[in-house]
Write a protein that binds this ligand. Structure first.
Ligand SMILES: Cc1ncc(COP(=O)(O)O)c(C=O)c1O
Length: 402
């Protein structure tokens, strides 16, 4: 076995130090081991990818006549046909959009990084839900910004707390995942959306509305996008992605920006990667032209809805007595709070020993973690596997609680 000697220490920027080192990250690497039933990642079910439709789309844009364009450099804003199709879809979903308002990004994750580049300077404050999407926290921290957690409950973020924290911290931005939140699965109530828009107007607070999961609704009525509510509409950058409804490997996301921000965001993207993959954008536009998206989404909703129901049915018999969990109307996640005295990070090794995994909630908190929390994803495994996984998890909790 060869051992590479350590090289000289590289002069890595200070902003990376805090972001890179998390004990939970090392634990999570173990959850990817073969044989583990993982409820940890937010992975779509691979058997539901439309690989036939996508392979036809890729083939078609690589045919003579199209290949020259599909394989060439392109504009930073993104493929015009793809922007038109995404804008049409957003319109159907209640968010009227001009294709020119859209910047196609390499996943919505890149949109977060670009917005951080455009808005945030070292030391700037950004309000985030408590807990919040981990990789968004990382993107903000990489800009040297300081995330300020805002209290949340079953109805999502508390608008009165937002107003108080704006007065206290003068943040540059608010970051919210209002529908089927990651990690909690919660949805901001309609009344709170209106209240939040009023707070944004009163305080001139700008917001990022991140919505990767809104199309995956299994119950209830569609939510109103914050980006359509007066007061919020003029100040909201709305992000979404095809990762959860088509395939994350495409890396197709977008930001819908208020007019003055189109240019700075485009310049930031130019500096980052010139443009997102031309071939992937062309194939995705072709796929959207041919797929029956409503039928595809109905299938996802039916399958994921059944998986959610299976997990919710089994959780009371799986979790230790006194645990709490929510019943999300959509998305991919259930949020669990273990009883007093239990620590989800400390129990994870017992779960991994039994070939099952979850994500402890701790890393999703910007400042003070709640060690009792954990996130379970119900989309990746079929009901039989969920059943097996829940049995293993029950054993792990039994072992941990003696
Ligand atoms: C809330 C949220 N935002 C953004 C993303 C990034 O998704 P992508 O870059 O694949 O579009 C995710 C992925 O899990 C997410 O949960």
């Amino acid at each position: 076995m060869s051992v590479t000697p350590p090289g000289p220490e590289a002069p890595v920027a200070a902003r990376l130090r805090g972001v890179a080192s998390s004990p939970v990250r090392d634990l999570l690497a173990l959850t990817e081991k073969p044989g583990i039933l993982s409820f940890a990642g937010g992975l779509p079910a691979p058997e539901l990818f439309d690989h036939v439709g996508l392979s036809a789309a890729f083939q078609s844009v690589l045919e003579k006549g199209s290949a020259g364009r599909s394989l060439q450099y392109s504009t930073t804003e993104g493929d015009p046909e793809l922007r038109r199709r995404v804008a049409d879809r957003l319109g159907v979903r209640g968010l009227p959009t001009d294709p020119d308002d859209l910047l196609i990004t390499s996943g919505s994750q890149q949109a977060l990084t670009l917005i951080a580049t455009v808005f945030l300077e070292p030391g700037d404050r950004i309000l985030v839900e408590d807990p919040s999407y981990l990789a968004a926290l990382q993107a903000f921290q990489m800009s040297g910004a300081v995330p300020i957690p805002v209290p949340c409950d079953e109805d999502g973020i508390d608008p009165a707390a937002v107003e108080r924290l704006v007065a206290e911290h003068r943040p540059k931005l608010l970051y919210v995942v209002p529908t089927f939140h990651n990690p909690t699965g919660r949805t901001l109530s309609e009344a709170r959306r209106v209240e939040l828009a009023a707070v944004m107007e009163r305080t001139n607070l700008w917001a990022i509305e991140d919505d990767p999961y809104g199309e995956l609704r299994y119950a209830g009525e569609p939510s109103t996008p914050l980006a359509t509510i007066p007061g919020a509409a003029e100040r909201t950058l709305a992000l979404s992605t095809l990762s959860k409804v088509a395939a994350p490997g495409l890396r197709i996301g977008w930001v819908r920006c208020p007019p003055g921000l189109r240019r700075p965001l485009t310049i930031a993207k130019q500096a980052a990667d010139l443009h997102s993959s031309t071939i992937d954008q062309a194939a995705t536009a072709r796929w959207l032209a041919h797929v029956d998206l409503d039928a595809h989404l109905d299938r996802l909703r039916t399958v994921y809805g059944a998986r959610r129901d299976t997990m919710l049915e089994l959780l009371p018999g799986t979790l230790p007595e006194g645990s709490e969990f929510n019943r999300p109307d959509g998305g991919m996640f259930v949020w669990v709070r273990l009883p007093e005295g239990l620590d989800a990070t400390a129990i994870l090794p017992f779960a991994i020993e039994r070939h099952v995994a979850y994500v402890p909630g701790a890393p999703f908190y910007a400042t003070t973690p709640d060690p009792r929390t954990l996130r379970l994803s119900f989309t990746t495994h079929d009901p039989a596997e969920i059943r097996t996984g829940m049995e293993r998890l029950r054993e792990a909790f039994r072992h941990a609680t003696g």
